[in-house]
Design a protein around this ligand. Structure first.
Ligand SMILES: O=c1ccn([C@@H]2O[C@H](COP(=O)(O)O)[C@@H](O)[C@H]2O)c(=O)[nH]1
Length: 236
């Protein structure tokens, strides 16, 4: 079965050093997954790790969730684009001007990464959002931020797979959904709150599934990746 965005699994390399991240990456296959570099690894290993992982043939999601004034975020995203990453993200709560300035700043570059904005972190639940003073339901807030992201000219959002259906309804089928909080049925939730299994996430329309610990902490990471790919019908 060929899927439009294959490979759809994005493995989160949450490590404290380059050697561990590279050792795990070398066990995987760029045709079977993409990789994600987040705040821990980037802070420890810097832009060099991005270049090293790309040199292994992987397409890379730089998950630094920028959130700052428009010029600062736009320049940071431009620097990410110049590293050649496939996808980069900001926090949608940084607002329209931040996202529009960012989009304008990367337009016309020879390599323009997919621009994605985080709605509500998958670790969060309704009561935590209320504590921040957010009115209404968590889903309403996700949809508000997704609509803002779309009208600011971004390509998609990070959300839980639980919110993918209403996001696609409100923003269109082509608006990308990148979904962490993916847990095979037998896996621990860890600090994630809004989770779905890989099969549920794909059935509901999620475009990319971000999976970290269920793969990186498995005894055999390649086998864990393969099992998830089988579960979503990416390989038979
Ligand atoms: O809402 C969000 C945004 C980003 N993440 C990141 O995804 C991975 C998930 O790792 P697991 O080990 O599968 O929980 C991690 O790097 C987070 O920083 C997220 O979980 N939720």
């Amino acid at each position: 079965m060929t899927l439009l965005h294959s490979p759809r699994i994005v493995v989160a390399l949450d490590y404290a050093d380059a050697a561990s991240a590279l050792a795990l990456a070398r066990q995987l296959d760029p045709k079977a997954c993409r990789l994600k570099v987040g705040k821990e690894l980037f802070t420890c290993a810097g832009p060099a790790i991005v270049e090293q992982l790309q040199a292994l043939g992987f397409s890379l999601f730089l998950d630094l969730k920028f959130h700052d004034i428009p010029n600062t975020v736009a320049q940071a995203v431009r620097a990410a684009a110049e590293l050649g990453v496939w996808m980069v993200n900001v926090h949608a709560s940084g607002g329209r001007r931040m996202m529009e300035t960012t989009r304008e700043r990367v337009e016309g570059l020879s390599h323009r990464p997919l621009l994605i904005a985080v709605t509500v972190l998958t670790s969060m639940q309704q009561d935590e959002l209320a504590e921040l003073g957010v009115q209404g339901t968590l889903e309403q807030h996700v949809l508000r931020l997704a609509a803002l992201t779309r009208s600011s000219g971004f390509d998609g959002v990070v959300s839980s797979a639980q919110e993918v259906q209403p996001i696609k309804q409100a923003c269109g089928a082509g608006f990308l959904t990148v979904t962490p909080g993916i847990r095979p049925a037998s896996a621990a939730a860890d600090d994630q709150a809004r989770i779905l299994t890989p099969a549920e996430a794909i059935a509901i329309g999620s475009d990319y599934l971000v999976v970290g610990r269920p793969i990186t902490r498995a005894e055999d990471p390649l086998a864990a990746l393969h099992a998830i790919r089988q579960e979503i019908g990416e390989v038979v």
